[in-house]
Design a protein around this ligand. Structure first.
Ligand code: HEM
Length: 100
């Protein structure tokens, strides 16, 4: 199993805007080979940002890599950059092989 997480730092006061973007997204994940599950996680709030992370589990790294190169990925991100004003910089991707 393989886990891919993307950390987003959202400016204070824009948390709900960020959640609404994800609620309204046109998701294509369910039909993608090897996809298992997705969650959007809200973490701690600090003076200058609130931490969120997207968390997706996959059967394997190969399935994840194939999705990154697919039209489904492009479609899911067609509008991803449209609210640059709510982000404290670009997201940070973190990938993990599940070892136990
Ligand atoms: C390798 C890098 C990335 C990974 C693994 C990733 C992961 C994901 C996943 C799993 C989804 C849900 C897709 C669906 O439901 O079909 C998604 C959507 C989204 N991603 Fe990414 N993402 C990446 C890069 C980025 C970047 C650079 C941004 C820049 C802001 C971003 C912002 C978003 C947003 C805002 C959505 C919600 C979709 C929408 O706007 O309608 N992602 N991403």
């Amino acid at each position: 199993m393989f886990i891919a997480m993307n950390r987003f730092k959202i400016k204070p006061g824009f948390e709900q805007d960020f959640i609404e973007i994800w609620k309204g997204r046109d998701s294509h994940l369910k039909s993608v080979p090897g996809f298992q599950s997705f969650n959007l996680l809200q973490g701690a709030s600090h003076d200058d940002h609130t931490l969120f992370s997207s968390h997706a589990t996959w059967d394997s790294r190969d399935d994840f890599d194939a999705w990154i190169k697919s039209d489904a990925f492009k479609k899911a991100h067609a509008n991803a950059g449209s609210r640059k004003d709510i982000y404290m910089g670009p997201p940070q991707i973190e990938c993990f092989e599940v070892v136990l």
